[in-house]
Design a protein around this ligand. Structure first.
Ligand SMILES: [Ca+2]
Ligand SMILES: [Ca+2]
Ligand SMILES: [Ca+2]
Ligand SMILES: [Ca+2]
Length: 254
């Protein structure tokens, strides 16, 4: 971990075997951000932050899997105002529900697992069907995006969206066209794949031709419309939004 200080960054080192992915949140709820780290040894480690950059191991949760843990996201999946975790390994989905009282997390989690329908490397959250419950979307190196609609108590339904070609290791939820419905964006190697949310948990797919292994969504041009910035092996390019769901040809940054 790098800590910014007047003299530059200071490196703190924690012993976590082969960490693969991490997410920040106030899990031991004291106003100081903590970390949840998934590692290749199939564990989630909760690292409690002291607020001064130092961290200490607070808890460890084993994961079911064959050899790897992959994605981790945090949100409140059961509506108790305590941060929860969703973790995927190469064989299982894990839901770790944050424990605590009165909407204040104590850093402990319940840990339930079920077999995963698709091995996915990335996940994002949002309310895709506008029912007030947090939902999940996952993607990975296969032509399926999984939408899990939450019931508000920590259980999810599953629907599958089949796309043409594989997805990359990133999925972003954002209201890209500003119609009030969350959309999904994922790199598809020879396309940027945008799934336009219909607001009811279904999506309409638009493939924007682009060499693309990673993507960012934001208003980079300051006109209020969300643009796309695409990265690939040979550079980074801006796709400037010109009208709803329309982008200008690639403008290379470098
Ligand atoms: Ca904390
Ligand atoms: Ca919760
Ligand atoms: Ca929902
Ligand atoms: Ca939208």
């Amino acid at each position: 971990m790098l800590i910014n200080s007047p003299s530059g960054f200071t490196t703190l080192t924690f012993t976590v075997p082969q960490p693969f992915n991490l997410v920040a949140g106030d899990f031991v709820e004291d106003g100081h951000p903590d970390l949840a780290v998934v590692s290749f040894d199939l564990k989630v480690r909760i690292m409690a932050g002291a607020g001064n950059g130092s961290m200490s191991l607070f808890g460890t949760y084993p994961l079911s899997g064959f050899e790897q843990a992959r994605s981790i996201v945090t949100d409140d999946f059961n509506g108790d105002e305590i941060a929860d975790l969703f973790v995927q390994t190469d064989t299982h989905d894990h839901l770790l529900l944050g424990q605590g009282t009165g909407g204040v997390g104590n850093g402990l989690f319940s840990n339930s697992a079920q077999g995963t329908p698709y091995i996915h490397w990335c996940a994002t959250t949002g309310d895709f069907n506008s029912d007030g419950n947090v939902d999940l979307a996952t993607a990975g190196a296969n032509p399926v995006i999984v939408i899990r609609l939450g019931n508000g108590s920590g259980a999810f339904g599953q629907t599958y969206i089949t796309v043409t070609g594989n997805n990359g290791n990133e999925i972003i939820s954002a209201d890209v066209d500003g119609d009030g419905n969350l959309d999904l964006v994922t790199p598809g190697f020879d396309v940027v794949r945008v799934l336009w949310g219909n607001g009811n948990g279904t999506f309409t797919i638009q493939n924007i031709p682009a060499t693309c292994t990673s993507v960012a969504v934001a208003d980079f041009t300051g006109d209020g419309a969300k643009d796309l910035v695409v990265g690939h092996l040979h550079g980074v390019e801006l796709y400037r939004a010109t009208a709803p769901r329309t982008w200008a040809p690639a403008d290379p940054y470098f």
